[in-house]
Design a protein. Structure first.
Ligand code: NAD
Length: 248
């Protein structure tokens, strides 16, 4: 499969990495569908030639079913699915400097697991079921994180992304024989607005010294990896770290 021509469904394509992927696929002639929470971003995406957007909270199973029904009814049948929507959350397990609320918020735990992991299960299961009934196949790429290997201060996020990688491997084994392929892309630290709002300039400078390539990554590094994973039809169940060598 090449990146020119496919029907690509991307979750959270309104901004950041997802939006860069939307732009890349559109520039390569693909039809792009987006499931996006932010209705203003949905309106913006609808204006792009070749792009359709459905407002959807991908952490909500009913919302996912409704949005996907609308997409299928509009004859948008994806052969590439990118599970990208996610929230980054950092919080220590026990905040020893605090008198009250010392323990990691349970509400935050549930929200992060819902947006970053439940969503991948909700969207992928429905899309695969729809395609199987039509004897069609797809490549499913999920945007994970190097935090999946464990990262101090990110219990919920690390657990969610480890779960995403486990789903990639599980589905690669379960559905590979039926012609589906799965992969995860695990970015390290990218120079994106979400990274800059989460981490101070001082922290970023310290981090850069720990990265063998001494630089933050770029959204284009993720686009290049996604393109490779779509085009190389012998890759299945792999987690590709794109982190300048931070996790070795
Ligand atoms: P971002 O916050 O810039 O963009 C996320 C997009 O997803 C937004 O358009 C947002 O509206 C949408 N979204 C959020 N929750 C949603 C929901 N419940 N339903 C539907 N849409 C929703 O984030 P980003 O930095 O582009 O990150 C994208 C993915 O990459 C995430 O899964 C994140 O964990 C992962 N990641 C990012 C970095 C980084 O450095 N930016 C590093 C590692 C992994």
């Amino acid at each position: 499969m090449t990146t020119a021509g496919p029907h690509v469904l991307i979750t959270g394509g309104g901004r950041g990495i997802g939006r860069h992927l939307v732009n890349g696929f559109l520039a390569n002639g693909a039809a792009v569908g987006v499931l996006e929470y932010d209705s203003d971003l949905c309106d913006e995406l609808q204006q792009l030639d070749g792009c359709s957007a459905w407002q959807c909270d991908v952490s909500d199973a009913d919302d996912v079913d409704l949005a996907l029904s609308a997409a299928f009814d509009a004859n948008f049948v994806p052969n590439v699915l990118i599970n990208n929507a996610g929230i980054i959350h950092s919080e220590p397990l026990v905040n020893m400097l605090s008198r009250d609320d010392r323990v990691h918020s349970r509400a935050a735990w549930k929200r992060v697991l819902a947006v970053d992991l439940d969503s991948v299960f909700f969207v992928t299961s429905r899309v695969i079921d729809y395609l199987l009934a039509r004897r069609q196949t797809a490549v499913v790429i999920s945007i994970s994180s190097i935090s999946a290997s464990g990262n101090a201060g990110q219990s919920a996020y690390a657990a969610a992304k480890a779960g995403v990688n486990a789903l990639t491997k599980t589905w690669a084994r379960e559905l590979g024989p039926l012609g589906f392929r799965f992969a995860s892309v695990a970015p390290g630290f990218l120079d994106t607005p979400s990274t800059r709002s989460a981490l101070s300039e001082t922290t970023l400078d310290r981090l850069k010294q720990q990265i063998p390539l001494r630089a933050l990554g770029d959204v284009d590094h993720i686009w290049q990896t996604v393109r490779f994973l779509i085009e190389n039809d012998y890759v299945n169940g792999t987690v590709v770290e794109v982190d300048g060598g931070l996790v070795l």
